[in-house]
Write a protein that binds this ligand. Structure first.
Ligand code: SDX
Length: 390
């Protein structure tokens, strides 16, 4: 029994840390941020409000929310020399390494807010990251398509500004589609935190050495890039396209998966914790149906995805292994319908996960029992032996 929830003893031995931020019950498919069910936040909250909740522990009053939003808007400008940074990458650079490099570089431009134990510095780094990471992400996209980078417009909120910086050009006015704004805001909420996943564990491990917030988040971005983690949303689209291009049926593809041909997996399925339907996937699927109908997304790929899910949920191979759709299974189809290229999908995951990384890093820094992360290894190598000739 820990406060409001009970765990079986076996779990406690496997848990890496204690945290008051996010609760997951993998068997029941439960996810709560600071006690609020993800379904309710996805329905009633906004990404900025959810970010505040994760970072400060309570839902903001209207005036607290407005002040937080205004503080973030005032920090959207990148240092002009950082803008030049993008010129150093090849045009076909994947935006994730560009994002992790630029976020790490923030620590060289904003040296006045690096001290992890100075509350003002931590607040400043918090709003700087929340404000600037979406801008960096949009600039990485613009760089890859050879278009000019717009300056942020602080009359817009975070999501609207990000869409404008991603799709707007100096050549004509751009107004984000309210449908896309609402859907993207909800997707960012769904990605905002997820307990000790691979990238959050990375942020905590790097932070445990008292590394600054920018350096810790940059490391988390690199972990998220892995195809088994955040990179899965891009891998799902590649998988659906390959099924379509190869002209094989979902059933034939499933046989390849079950036979483990070339290590092929059903990307977007399975989870380290959820051994039930990922509650986020359920919400995303509903949004996918709604937005793809209105935006006219690629119906054939959605149809393949739905048939794969339908087959997997009824197939003993998947049932025995408790493999269900996870958050990444449908998100790529929505991002594609919004106009994002596949290389940007994991970047969108990173923008969503940022408040969680920040909240977890801050919680770690405030933990009086914090110790530097130093896992041990079980040595399986050679026993002691003599160097020749000595
Ligand atoms: C995210 O941790 C988080 O919270 C992550 C995340 C977050 O919000 O931060 O939720 C985001 O990363 C979601 C997961 C995205 N990744 C994918 O969709 C990639 C495909 N999924 C897998 O690679 C896999 O399911 C993992 C890595 C997600 C979880 O792997 P597990 O729990 O360690 O499962 P396992 O590797 O021990 O596999 C158990 C069995 C194996 O078969 P057997 O050896 O018993 O015969 O299930 C099989 C695996 O081969 N299996 C799959 C499979 N996932 C596991 N078989 C086919 N397709 C899959 N996707």
């Amino acid at each position: 029994q820990t406060g409001s929830v009970t765990y079986d003893p076996g779990f406690v031995n496997t848990a890496a840390t204690k945290s008051a931020i996010t609760y997951i019950d993998g068997n029941e498919g439960i996810l709560r941020y600071r006690g609020y069910p993800i379904e309710q936040l996805a329905q009633g909250s906004t990404f900025i409000e959810t970010a505040y909740l994760l970072i400060y522990g309570e839902l903001p009053t209207p005036s607290e929310l407005d002040a937080f939003d205004q503080r973030i808007r005032r920090h959207t400008l990148l240092h002009e020399e950082l803008k030049g940074f993008f010129g150093g990458f090849p045009r076909d650079a994947h935006p994730m390494p560009v994002l992790s490099s630029a976020v790490s570089a923030l620590s060289t431009f904003y040296q006045d807010s690096l001290d992890p134990f100075d509350p003002e510095a931590v607040e400043l780094s918090t709003v700087r990251l929340l404000a600037k990471m979406p801008v960096i992400a949009a600039y990485a996209h613009k760089k890859s398509i050879g278009q000019p980078m717009l300056y942020p417009d602080n009359s817009m909120g975070l999501v609207e500004n990000f869409l404008r910086l991603s799709f707007g050009t100096p050549a004509e006015p751009y107004e984000p589609d309210p449908l896309i704004v609402k859907a993207l805001d909800q997707l960012l909420i769904l990605h905002a935190d997820h307990e000790q996943n691979c990238s959050t564990s990375t942020v905590r491990l790097v932070g445990s050495a008292n590394a600054n917030m920018f350096a810790s988040v940059s490391a988390g971005i690199n972990a998220l890039f892995g195809p088994l983690h955040g990179g899965a949303n891009e891998a799902v689209l590649n998988m659906l396209r390959k099924i379509q291009a190869d002209g094989i049926s979902p059933e034939e593809f499933m046989e390849k998966v079950k036979n483990k041909e070339d290590g092929v997996k059903l990307m977007g399925f399975g989870h380290r914790v959820y051994k039930n339907y990922d509650p986020r996937a359920r919400i995303v699927k509903a949004t996918a149906d709604e937005i793809l109908e209105k935006l006219g997304g690629n119906d054939e790929l959605l149809d393949i995805a739905k048939r794969l899910e339908e087959k997997a949920l009824a197939d003993d191979y998947f049932i025995e292994r408790k493999l269900y759709p996870n958050v990444d299974f449908y998100t790529g189809l929505i991002y594609k319908a919004m106009g994002f290229p596949e290389k940007m999908f994991t970047v969108l995951f990173a923008i969503g996960r940022l408040p969680g990384w920040i909240a977890q890093w801050r919680e770690l820094m405030e933990d009086p029992e914090k110790k530097i992360g130093r896992p041990r290894q079980i040595y399986t190598g050679q026993g002691e032996r003599q160097y020749p000739g000595l």
